[in-house]
Design a protein around this ligand. Structure first.
Ligand code: DGL
Length: 280
């Protein structure tokens, strides 16, 4: 007989973006208890140095370990790109899942031409984590990336659509698309390599055209969570898991902005303010 493991799963992001992953996890694993940590005091991560991002990720993990988590999801591409290896080697006994590999796998499954664009934060692009992950699955792929750090602020402000947003999207994507328009090099797949970016999906799709498939790694990450928890006997089947929210700043703002990324209601009193900066 399989024994249900009702310890929670921890998820973290720099802010609200990782709620897109939380959404997908709720759908795929309704019985799991989920604790989401948004490091809202230090968002954005995407323009910070690898040293700072790794320290922030380690502090988030240590904070979540206090809740006796059975697994950790790094629901942030920037932290996955920069710090996943360090976290996995410091905590080999903990199941730690990042969003880059599931996103790369989804892109490879989707592309027909092998021409893949990746948009992400500056740190994720500099780290080339998506290139490496995609090329290891599809060595002939042609992968081009662009940093779109402004999108994080647009997404958090709730500016998801409209003329101004499209103009910013167009300018940010020009290096990836304009030059190749009508040619064989034009990507057929675009990876939204930041958990904030799915909020701008409509504007992005208008700019690149409906022949380009957009990859959002949230759903594939949730599928990987389910597979790995099942393989390790860590699953909590059923349909009544709870969700808790922890933030490092501004619980009211978090509750206000959350519905832009998350399909369930979040009341301010469900969001707990914690300090994680003291973790060495
Ligand atoms: N949502 C995060 C990501 O997936 C980072 C955004 C930021 O803090 O810069 O990369």
């Amino acid at each position: 007989m399989t024994v249900a493991d009702n310890r929670p799963i921890g998820l973290f992001d720099s802010g609200v973006g990782g709620l897109t992953v939380l959404n997908a996890a709720r759908q795929a694993l309704p019985g799991e208890n989920l604790i989401y940590l948004g490091d809202t005091a230090r968002v954005p991560y995407g323009t910070k140095s690898p040293l700072s991002i790794t320290r922030y990720a380690e502090q988030a993990l240590k904070a979540l370990l206090r809740y006796d988590i059975k697994a950790l999801v790094v629901a942030c591409n920037t932290a996955s790109a920069v710090a996943l290896d360090a976290l996995q080697s410091s905590y080999p006994e903990l199941q730690i899942i990042g969003v880059i590999e599931p996103g790369a796998q989804a892109a490879v499954n989707m592309t027909r031409s092998g021409k893949i664009g990746v948009i992400a934060t500056e740190s994720t692009v500099n780290n080339q984590a998506y290139q490496k992950a995609i090329l290891s699955l599809l060595p002939d792929a042609n992968v081009k990336s662009a940093a779109c750090s402004l999108f994080v602020a647009l997404a958090e402000e709730g500016w998801h659509d409209g003329e101004l947003v499209e103009a910013i999207v167009k300018r940010s994507l020009s290096g990836l698309f304009d030059h190749y328009r009508g040619g064989a090099e034009y990507p057929d797949t675009l990876v939204l390599g930041c958990t904030h970016f799915p909020a701008l999906k409509l504007a992005i799709s208008r700019v690149v055209g409906d022949k380009v498939s957009l990859v959002d790694s949230a759903v594939t990450t949730a599928a990987v969570m389910k597979k790995q928890l099942t393989e390790r006997g860590l699953l909590n089947p059923g349909s009544t898991g709870y969700v808790r929210f922890l933030v490092t700043d501004g619980p009211e703002r978090f509750a206000r902005v959350a519905p832009l990324f998350y399909s369930e209601a979040v009341e301010p009193d469900q969001v707990e303010l914690i300090d994680i900066q003291h973790f060495a």
